[in-house]
Design a protein around this ligand. Structure first.
Ligand code: SAM
Length: 344
Protein backbone atom coordinates (compact mmCIF):
# COMPACT_ATOMS: atom_id res chain seq x y z
CA UNK A 1 0.00 0.00 0.00
CA UNK A 2 2.83 2.39 0.91
CA UNK A 3 4.66 1.47 -2.30
CA UNK A 4 1.45 2.14 -4.24
CA UNK A 5 1.23 5.66 -2.84
CA UNK A 6 4.93 6.37 -3.44
CA UNK A 7 4.70 5.35 -7.09
CA UNK A 8 1.44 7.20 -7.59
CA UNK A 9 2.81 10.50 -6.26
CA UNK A 10 5.86 10.05 -8.45
CA UNK A 11 3.76 9.63 -11.54
CA UNK A 12 0.61 11.63 -10.83
CA UNK A 13 0.22 15.04 -9.18
CA UNK A 14 -1.91 15.01 -6.02
CA UNK A 15 -5.48 14.20 -7.01
CA UNK A 16 -8.72 13.84 -5.07
CA UNK A 17 -9.28 10.24 -3.96
CA UNK A 18 -11.67 8.09 -5.99
CA UNK A 19 -14.12 8.34 -3.10
CA UNK A 20 -13.97 12.17 -3.38
CA UNK A 21 -14.23 12.03 -7.18
CA UNK A 22 -17.41 10.00 -6.83
CA UNK A 23 -18.80 12.62 -4.44
CA UNK A 24 -17.63 15.69 -6.40
CA UNK A 25 -19.02 14.47 -9.72
CA UNK A 26 -22.02 12.73 -8.14
CA UNK A 27 -21.09 9.42 -9.77
CA UNK A 28 -23.63 7.25 -8.02
CA UNK A 29 -23.27 3.64 -9.23
CA UNK A 30 -26.26 2.79 -11.39
CA UNK A 31 -27.70 -0.56 -10.42
CA UNK A 32 -29.48 -0.88 -13.76
CA UNK A 33 -26.02 -0.75 -15.42
CA UNK A 34 -24.59 -3.22 -12.85
CA UNK A 35 -22.00 -0.68 -11.75
CA UNK A 36 -19.93 -1.61 -8.69
CA UNK A 37 -16.85 0.46 -7.95
CA UNK A 38 -13.62 -0.85 -6.49
CA UNK A 39 -12.26 1.52 -3.87
CA UNK A 40 -9.88 -0.80 -1.99
CA UNK A 41 -6.41 0.17 -3.23
CA UNK A 42 -4.82 -3.13 -2.23
CA UNK A 43 -7.36 -5.10 -4.27
CA UNK A 44 -6.94 -2.75 -7.23
CA UNK A 45 -3.15 -3.21 -6.99
CA UNK A 46 -3.53 -7.00 -7.06
CA UNK A 47 -5.65 -6.85 -10.22
CA UNK A 48 -3.14 -4.69 -12.07
CA UNK A 49 -0.23 -6.81 -10.78
CA UNK A 50 -2.00 -9.90 -12.16
CA UNK A 51 -1.63 -8.40 -15.66
CA UNK A 52 2.17 -8.83 -15.40
CA UNK A 53 4.81 -6.24 -16.30
CA UNK A 54 3.20 -3.27 -18.07
CA UNK A 55 6.07 -0.76 -17.78
CA UNK A 56 6.59 1.01 -21.13
CA UNK A 57 3.68 -0.94 -22.58
CA UNK A 58 0.30 -0.01 -24.00
CA UNK A 59 -2.71 -0.76 -21.83
CA UNK A 60 -6.35 -0.73 -22.83
CA UNK A 61 -8.62 -0.60 -19.82
CA UNK A 62 -12.25 -1.49 -20.48
CA UNK A 63 -14.96 0.03 -18.25
CA UNK A 64 -12.73 2.34 -16.14
CA UNK A 65 -15.65 4.05 -14.36
CA UNK A 66 -14.25 6.68 -11.97
CA UNK A 67 -10.68 5.51 -12.69
CA UNK A 68 -9.47 3.55 -9.65
CA UNK A 69 -7.84 0.81 -11.73
CA UNK A 70 -6.64 3.41 -14.26
CA UNK A 71 -4.65 5.19 -11.53
CA UNK A 72 -2.99 1.97 -10.46
CA UNK A 73 -2.12 1.18 -14.11
CA UNK A 74 -0.56 4.65 -14.48
CA UNK A 75 1.45 4.03 -11.32
CA UNK A 76 3.25 1.21 -13.12
CA UNK A 77 4.65 3.50 -15.80
CA UNK A 78 3.06 2.27 -19.01
CA UNK A 79 3.83 4.22 -22.16
CA UNK A 80 0.17 4.92 -22.86
CA UNK A 81 -3.30 3.99 -21.59
CA UNK A 82 -6.52 3.84 -23.59
CA UNK A 83 -9.75 3.64 -21.63
CA UNK A 84 -13.06 2.58 -23.19
CA UNK A 85 -16.07 3.66 -21.16
CA UNK A 86 -19.73 3.55 -22.10
CA UNK A 87 -21.10 5.92 -19.46
CA UNK A 88 -20.41 9.61 -20.30
CA UNK A 89 -20.79 10.63 -16.64
CA UNK A 90 -17.22 9.42 -16.07
CA UNK A 91 -15.64 11.77 -18.65
CA UNK A 92 -14.64 14.54 -16.15
CA UNK A 93 -13.02 12.03 -13.75
CA UNK A 94 -11.13 10.39 -16.60
CA UNK A 95 -10.15 13.77 -18.12
CA UNK A 96 -8.58 14.64 -14.79
CA UNK A 97 -6.27 11.65 -15.24
CA UNK A 98 -5.55 12.52 -18.85
CA UNK A 99 -4.62 16.11 -17.90
CA UNK A 100 -2.51 14.96 -14.95
CA UNK A 101 -0.44 12.71 -17.23
CA UNK A 102 0.00 15.14 -20.12
CA UNK A 103 -2.30 13.12 -22.34
CA UNK A 104 -0.94 9.65 -21.51
CA UNK A 105 -4.59 8.57 -21.17
CA UNK A 106 -6.86 8.48 -24.23
CA UNK A 107 -10.56 8.41 -23.42
CA UNK A 108 -12.88 6.58 -25.77
CA UNK A 109 -16.57 6.82 -25.06
CA UNK A 110 -18.21 3.76 -26.53
CA UNK A 111 -19.17 0.15 -26.19
CA UNK A 112 -16.22 -2.22 -25.78
CA UNK A 113 -18.29 -4.99 -27.38
CA UNK A 114 -18.15 -3.19 -30.73
CA UNK A 115 -14.73 -1.57 -30.37
CA UNK A 116 -11.97 -2.73 -32.69
CA UNK A 117 -8.41 -2.23 -31.41
CA UNK A 118 -6.64 -3.27 -34.60
CA UNK A 119 -5.42 0.33 -35.14
CA UNK A 120 -5.11 1.37 -31.50
CA UNK A 121 -1.45 0.63 -30.78
CA UNK A 122 1.81 1.56 -32.54
CA UNK A 123 3.09 -0.78 -35.23
CA UNK A 124 6.42 -1.21 -33.41
CA UNK A 125 4.58 -3.01 -30.59
CA UNK A 126 3.59 -5.83 -32.96
CA UNK A 127 5.07 -9.26 -32.29
CA UNK A 128 4.90 -12.40 -34.45
CA UNK A 129 2.22 -14.81 -33.22
CA UNK A 130 4.76 -17.43 -32.14
CA UNK A 131 6.93 -14.88 -30.27
CA UNK A 132 6.33 -13.99 -26.60
CA UNK A 133 3.22 -11.75 -26.19
CA UNK A 134 3.54 -8.04 -27.07
CA UNK A 135 3.78 -5.40 -24.35
CA UNK A 136 0.07 -4.64 -24.83
CA UNK A 137 -2.41 -5.47 -22.09
CA UNK A 138 -6.19 -5.54 -21.85
CA UNK A 139 -7.46 -5.02 -18.31
CA UNK A 140 -10.98 -4.55 -17.04
CA UNK A 141 -13.51 -4.84 -14.28
CA UNK A 142 -16.73 -4.82 -16.30
CA UNK A 143 -20.30 -5.74 -15.37
CA UNK A 144 -20.71 -9.54 -15.51
CA UNK A 145 -23.37 -9.13 -18.17
CA UNK A 146 -20.70 -7.64 -20.43
CA UNK A 147 -17.55 -9.56 -19.46
CA UNK A 148 -18.84 -13.02 -20.48
CA UNK A 149 -20.09 -12.05 -24.00
CA UNK A 150 -16.91 -9.98 -24.36
CA UNK A 151 -14.57 -12.91 -23.70
CA UNK A 152 -16.51 -15.05 -26.22
CA UNK A 153 -16.17 -12.25 -28.77
CA UNK A 154 -12.48 -11.86 -27.99
CA UNK A 155 -11.85 -15.64 -28.21
CA UNK A 156 -13.29 -15.50 -31.72
CA UNK A 157 -11.05 -12.50 -32.51
CA UNK A 158 -8.06 -14.49 -31.15
CA UNK A 159 -8.97 -17.43 -33.41
CA UNK A 160 -8.93 -15.03 -36.39
CA UNK A 161 -6.00 -12.92 -35.11
CA UNK A 162 -8.13 -9.81 -35.44
CA UNK A 163 -8.84 -6.80 -33.19
CA UNK A 164 -6.11 -6.50 -30.47
CA UNK A 165 -4.62 -9.78 -31.71
CA UNK A 166 -3.25 -8.31 -34.95
CA UNK A 167 -0.40 -7.27 -32.59
CA UNK A 168 0.36 -10.86 -31.51
CA UNK A 169 -0.80 -12.82 -28.50
CA UNK A 170 -2.12 -9.86 -26.46
CA UNK A 171 -2.85 -10.86 -22.84
CA UNK A 172 -6.04 -10.08 -20.93
CA UNK A 173 -6.81 -9.68 -17.23
CA UNK A 174 -10.54 -9.49 -16.56
CA UNK A 175 -12.99 -9.95 -13.72
CA UNK A 176 -15.95 -12.33 -13.76
CA UNK A 177 -18.47 -13.64 -11.32
CA UNK A 178 -16.44 -16.16 -9.25
CA UNK A 179 -18.49 -19.14 -10.52
CA UNK A 180 -17.82 -18.10 -14.13
CA UNK A 181 -14.07 -17.78 -13.40
CA UNK A 182 -14.14 -21.31 -11.95
CA UNK A 183 -15.96 -22.63 -15.02
CA UNK A 184 -13.44 -21.04 -17.38
CA UNK A 185 -10.57 -22.84 -15.69
CA UNK A 186 -12.43 -26.07 -14.79
CA UNK A 187 -10.41 -29.20 -15.62
CA UNK A 188 -11.79 -32.47 -16.98
CA UNK A 189 -14.09 -34.30 -14.47
CA UNK A 190 -14.80 -31.12 -12.55
CA UNK A 191 -18.48 -30.41 -11.86
CA UNK A 192 -17.97 -26.86 -13.22
CA UNK A 193 -16.68 -28.03 -16.59
CA UNK A 194 -18.83 -26.63 -19.38
CA UNK A 195 -18.73 -25.25 -22.92
CA UNK A 196 -17.00 -22.09 -21.66
CA UNK A 197 -14.16 -24.17 -20.09
CA UNK A 198 -13.40 -25.90 -23.39
CA UNK A 199 -13.76 -22.69 -25.44
CA UNK A 200 -11.40 -20.73 -23.16
CA UNK A 201 -8.89 -23.55 -22.80
CA UNK A 202 -8.84 -24.25 -26.54
CA UNK A 203 -7.58 -20.78 -27.45
CA UNK A 204 -5.88 -19.57 -24.26
CA UNK A 205 -3.86 -20.50 -21.24
CA UNK A 206 -6.36 -19.49 -18.56
CA UNK A 207 -5.48 -18.80 -14.94
CA UNK A 208 -7.93 -17.90 -12.15
CA UNK A 209 -5.53 -15.62 -10.26
CA UNK A 210 -7.55 -14.89 -7.13
CA UNK A 211 -11.00 -14.16 -5.78
CA UNK A 212 -12.18 -10.80 -4.48
CA UNK A 213 -14.87 -10.69 -1.83
CA UNK A 214 -17.99 -8.85 -2.96
CA UNK A 215 -17.49 -6.57 0.06
CA UNK A 216 -14.54 -4.87 -1.72
CA UNK A 217 -17.06 -3.21 -4.09
CA UNK A 218 -19.40 -0.27 -3.61
CA UNK A 219 -22.23 -1.11 -3.76
CA UNK A 220 -21.54 -4.71 -2.75
CA UNK A 221 -22.62 -7.20 -5.45
CA UNK A 222 -24.42 -10.40 -4.41
CA UNK A 223 -21.50 -12.58 -5.54
CA UNK A 224 -17.73 -12.78 -5.19
CA UNK A 225 -15.51 -11.89 -8.12
CA UNK A 226 -12.76 -13.89 -9.83
CA UNK A 227 -9.77 -12.29 -11.56
CA UNK A 228 -8.81 -14.29 -14.65
CA UNK A 229 -5.67 -13.96 -16.77
CA UNK A 230 -5.68 -15.18 -20.39
CA UNK A 231 -2.68 -15.71 -22.65
CA UNK A 232 -3.55 -16.82 -26.21
CA UNK A 233 -1.97 -20.15 -27.16
CA UNK A 234 0.41 -20.24 -30.13
CA UNK A 235 -1.53 -23.20 -31.49
CA UNK A 236 -5.13 -23.80 -30.41
CA UNK A 237 -5.73 -27.40 -29.38
CA UNK A 238 -8.58 -27.59 -31.92
CA UNK A 239 -7.37 -25.57 -34.93
CA UNK A 240 -10.82 -25.35 -36.52
CA UNK A 241 -13.09 -22.33 -37.10
CA UNK A 242 -14.55 -20.80 -33.95
CA UNK A 243 -18.18 -21.20 -35.04
CA UNK A 244 -17.76 -24.88 -35.83
CA UNK A 245 -16.15 -25.63 -32.46
CA UNK A 246 -18.77 -23.52 -30.67
CA UNK A 247 -21.63 -25.34 -32.40
CA UNK A 248 -20.32 -28.82 -31.55
CA UNK A 249 -19.74 -27.84 -27.90
CA UNK A 250 -23.10 -26.10 -27.62
CA UNK A 251 -24.91 -29.25 -28.75
CA UNK A 252 -22.88 -31.73 -26.69
CA UNK A 253 -23.09 -29.68 -23.47
CA UNK A 254 -26.82 -29.12 -23.91
CA UNK A 255 -27.39 -32.46 -22.14
CA UNK A 256 -24.82 -32.16 -19.36
CA UNK A 257 -25.76 -35.22 -17.36
CA UNK A 258 -26.51 -37.56 -20.28
CA UNK A 259 -24.13 -39.55 -22.45
CA UNK A 260 -22.27 -37.00 -24.58
CA UNK A 261 -23.43 -38.70 -27.80
CA UNK A 262 -27.01 -37.58 -27.01
CA UNK A 263 -26.10 -33.93 -27.57
CA UNK A 264 -23.86 -34.75 -30.55
CA UNK A 265 -26.78 -36.50 -32.28
CA UNK A 266 -28.70 -33.20 -32.17
CA UNK A 267 -26.17 -31.79 -34.64
CA UNK A 268 -27.97 -33.81 -37.31
CA UNK A 269 -31.55 -33.91 -38.69
CA UNK A 270 -33.93 -36.32 -36.96
CA UNK A 271 -33.71 -39.12 -39.52
CA UNK A 272 -29.90 -39.22 -39.43
CA UNK A 273 -29.19 -38.58 -35.75
CA UNK A 274 -28.38 -42.08 -34.56
CA UNK A 275 -26.40 -43.07 -37.67
CA UNK A 276 -24.29 -39.88 -37.88
CA UNK A 277 -23.89 -39.61 -34.10
CA UNK A 278 -22.42 -43.09 -33.98
CA UNK A 279 -20.23 -42.41 -37.00
CA UNK A 280 -18.94 -39.23 -35.36
CA UNK A 281 -17.88 -41.07 -32.19
CA UNK A 282 -16.42 -44.00 -34.12
CA UNK A 283 -14.33 -41.72 -36.34
CA UNK A 284 -13.20 -39.69 -33.31
CA UNK A 285 -12.45 -42.84 -31.29
CA UNK A 286 -14.38 -41.43 -28.32
CA UNK A 287 -16.50 -43.52 -25.94
CA UNK A 288 -20.14 -42.48 -26.58
CA UNK A 289 -21.09 -43.23 -22.96
CA UNK A 290 -18.84 -40.50 -21.54
CA UNK A 291 -20.58 -37.45 -20.07
CA UNK A 292 -19.74 -34.02 -21.57
CA UNK A 293 -17.61 -32.96 -18.56
CA UNK A 294 -15.51 -36.15 -18.85
CA UNK A 295 -14.01 -35.28 -22.24
CA UNK A 296 -10.65 -33.59 -22.79
CA UNK A 297 -10.19 -30.68 -25.19
CA UNK A 298 -8.28 -33.10 -27.48
CA UNK A 299 -11.26 -35.49 -27.53
CA UNK A 300 -13.55 -32.58 -28.39
CA UNK A 301 -11.08 -31.76 -31.15
CA UNK A 302 -11.42 -35.24 -32.63
CA UNK A 303 -15.22 -34.97 -32.42
CA UNK A 304 -15.12 -31.60 -34.20
CA UNK A 305 -13.00 -33.07 -37.00
CA UNK A 306 -15.34 -36.06 -37.32
CA UNK A 307 -18.34 -33.69 -37.49
CA UNK A 308 -16.53 -31.68 -40.17
CA UNK A 309 -15.79 -34.83 -42.22
CA UNK A 310 -19.45 -35.87 -42.12
CA UNK A 311 -20.62 -32.36 -43.08
CA UNK A 312 -18.06 -32.09 -45.91
CA UNK A 313 -19.82 -35.07 -47.51
CA UNK A 314 -23.13 -33.16 -47.46
CA UNK A 315 -22.47 -29.45 -46.77
CA UNK A 316 -26.17 -28.77 -46.10
CA UNK A 317 -25.53 -30.39 -42.70
CA UNK A 318 -23.44 -27.39 -41.65
CA UNK A 319 -26.58 -25.29 -41.74
CA UNK A 320 -28.72 -27.68 -39.76
CA UNK A 321 -29.72 -26.27 -36.37
CA UNK A 322 -32.25 -28.25 -34.33
CA UNK A 323 -32.99 -25.12 -32.30
CA UNK A 324 -33.50 -23.02 -35.43
CA UNK A 325 -36.77 -22.00 -37.01
CA UNK A 326 -38.90 -24.60 -38.77
CA UNK A 327 -37.67 -23.12 -42.07
CA UNK A 328 -34.05 -23.58 -40.94
CA UNK A 329 -34.71 -27.22 -40.13
CA UNK A 330 -36.65 -27.89 -43.31
CA UNK A 331 -33.93 -26.34 -45.44
CA UNK A 332 -32.00 -29.52 -44.94
CA UNK A 333 -34.81 -31.70 -46.24
CA UNK A 334 -35.95 -29.61 -49.21
CA UNK A 335 -32.67 -30.06 -51.03
CA UNK A 336 -31.71 -26.36 -50.98
CA UNK A 337 -27.98 -25.77 -50.59
CA UNK A 338 -28.08 -22.37 -48.83
CA UNK A 339 -25.11 -20.81 -47.06
CA UNK A 340 -23.65 -22.73 -44.20
CA UNK A 341 -23.79 -20.96 -40.84
CA UNK A 342 -20.45 -22.51 -39.94
CA UNK A 343 -17.43 -21.13 -41.75
CA UNK A 344 -15.13 -23.85 -42.89
N1 SAM B 1 -13.55 -0.28 -13.36
C1 SAM B 1 -14.30 0.48 -12.39
C2 SAM B 1 -14.00 -0.03 -11.00
O1 SAM B 1 -13.45 -1.13 -10.90
O2 SAM B 1 -14.31 0.66 -10.03
C3 SAM B 1 -15.79 0.41 -12.67
C4 SAM B 1 -16.38 -0.96 -12.61
S1 SAM B 1 -18.10 -1.07 -12.99
C5 SAM B 1 -18.39 -2.74 -12.47
C6 SAM B 1 -18.11 -1.34 -14.76
C7 SAM B 1 -17.82 -0.15 -15.63
O3 SAM B 1 -17.90 -0.58 -16.98
C8 SAM B 1 -18.78 1.01 -15.50
O4 SAM B 1 -18.05 2.21 -15.47
C9 SAM B 1 -19.66 0.91 -16.74
O5 SAM B 1 -20.19 2.16 -17.15
C10 SAM B 1 -18.66 0.36 -17.75
N2 SAM B 1 -19.28 -0.37 -18.86
C11 SAM B 1 -20.37 -1.17 -18.80
N3 SAM B 1 -20.65 -1.72 -20.00
C12 SAM B 1 -19.69 -1.26 -20.85
C13 SAM B 1 -19.44 -1.45 -22.22
N4 SAM B 1 -20.21 -2.26 -22.97
N5 SAM B 1 -18.39 -0.81 -22.79
C14 SAM B 1 -17.61 0.00 -22.02
N6 SAM B 1 -17.80 0.22 -20.71
C15 SAM B 1 -18.82 -0.39 -20.12
Amino acid sequence: MAAYKAVMTFRLPPLPTIRDIIKIYRLRALRQLSQNFLLDERVIERIVKAAGRIKDGYVCEVGPGPGGITRSILGRDPKHVIVIEKDRRFIPALELLSDATDGAVDIIIGDVLSYNMSQSFPQEYKKPWDAPPPNIHLIGNLPFSVSTPLIIKWLQAISLRENAWVYGRTKMTLTFQKEVAERMTAPIMSPQRCRLSVMCQNWCKVHHKFTISGSAFVPKPDVDVGVVHFVPLINPIIPLPFKLVEKVLLNIFSFRQKYSIRGAEMLFPAGKRVEFGQEMYRRADVDPTTRPYQLTVEEYGRLCYAYKDICDRDPRLYKYNHRGSKIDRENYDDGSEGDTDVER
